[in-house]
Design a binder for this molecule. Structure first.
Ligand SMILES: [Zn+2]
Length: 319
């Protein structure tokens, strides 16, 4: 197996990326909050949030990608990669996602067993344990789904990357953040949002016009998982691998435009105010419309879209 990192460093990571032959394996260790483990969003389907989220991440990231998705530094020399990406002779690489679930009770049992044998041994086992990404399903007043670092890692991530996105998510392979998802009712939406948030845990920034990107959508990324939750593209796989090689989050390009920024700010303020009012009112109608709006604002749908036709096209593509 060709590891992307020395195994002694990699084994503590919640997300372990490796290349076996022509298969890229993303091995994830997750643990879910009680709500995710026990509640079922759709009474007609016997699946919990945890199962749907895991399936969504595995399904959306799984696929066959061109060999050019693998950075040259770890790509076997005999792989055919044409200079032109549209070349027909290019080799492909398969991407598989393997998800394991951590049972917190099991970890406590292990620790207690070690403690009974030797305090030092137990402490070392805790210190060298493999970390897990926490995934919580819980309602939020104004925040959409997101990935966030623990308090002690926030803010100073900006100094490492120069990106506003790093203020909340200070990503590293050992500390990729935790996922928070509102209790959406539609299964397709839970899967799409979970796959997008997993992209952050895998080391990718957003591509849509978020506030920390100055409302600038990365060019030619419509349909990308990190833009509007649609499909993982080869470039996103390449960025995932590069993030784990460099141990640095990978960001899509952004651009400053004063007019776009301030009109985006006004639009977002209005959307969040409406969302907060609707959440307070608690009516079913408001909650449904808020979920829709929250999703749109989170994934780059803004009222400042200069071209109404483009906006309609995006809406149709999301359906
Ligand atoms: Zn995002």
């Amino acid at each position: 197996m060709a590891s992307l990192l020395p195994s002694n460093q990699q084994k503590k990571q919640p997300v372990i990326v490796s290349l076996e032959g022509r298969t890229l394996i993303i091995d994830c260790l997750f643990y879910f909050n009680r709500r995710a483990l026990q509640e079922k969003p759709d009474p007609d389907r016997n699946e919990t949030y945890a199962e749907i989220i895991s399936d969504g991440i595995a399904e959306k990231w799984h696929g066959t990608y061109p060999a050019s998705a693998v950075p040259a530094s770890i790509r076997p020399v005999d792989w055919q990669v044409p200079a032109n990406v549209d070349g027909t002779s290019e080799d492909t690489v398969q991407l598989d996602v393997r998800i394991r679930q951590l049972d917190p009770r099991q970890r406590i049992d292990e620790l207690l067993t070690c403690y009974r044998d030797s305090w030092r041994q137990g402490f070392m086992a805790w210190l060298t344990r493999r970390r897990a990404v926490k995934i919580s399903v819980r309602p939020m007043l104004i925040m959409p789904a997101h990935v966030i670092s623990p308090l002690y890692r926030r803010i100073w991530g900006f100094l490492r990357t120069g990106q506003l996105e790093s203020l909340g998510l200070n990503w590293s392979p050992r500390h990729p953040g935790r996922i928070v998802i509102p209790p959406y009712k539609q299964v397709w939406m839970i899967k799409a949002v979970a796959a997008h948030e997993a992209g952050h845990v895998f080391g990718l920034g957003d591509a849509y016009g978020a506030i920390y990107r100055f409302y600038h959508e990365a060019p030619s990324t419509l349909g990308y998982m990190m833009n509007n939750n649609q499909q993982v593209h080869a470039e996103e796989v390449r960025m995932l691998l590069q993030a784990h090689l460099d141990k640095r989050m990978q960001f899509f390009p952004r651009k400053w435009n004063t007019r776009r920024f301030f009109s985006g700010l006004v639009c977002e303020f209005r959307q969040r105010s409406r969302q907060m009012q609707a959440n307070w009112s608690g009516s079913k109608h408001s909650w449904l419309s808020v979920r829709r709006e929250s999703r749109l604002s989170d994934r780059g749908e803004h009222c400042l879209s200069a071209n109404p036709q483009k906006k309609d096209q995006r809406r149709n593509e999301r359906r």
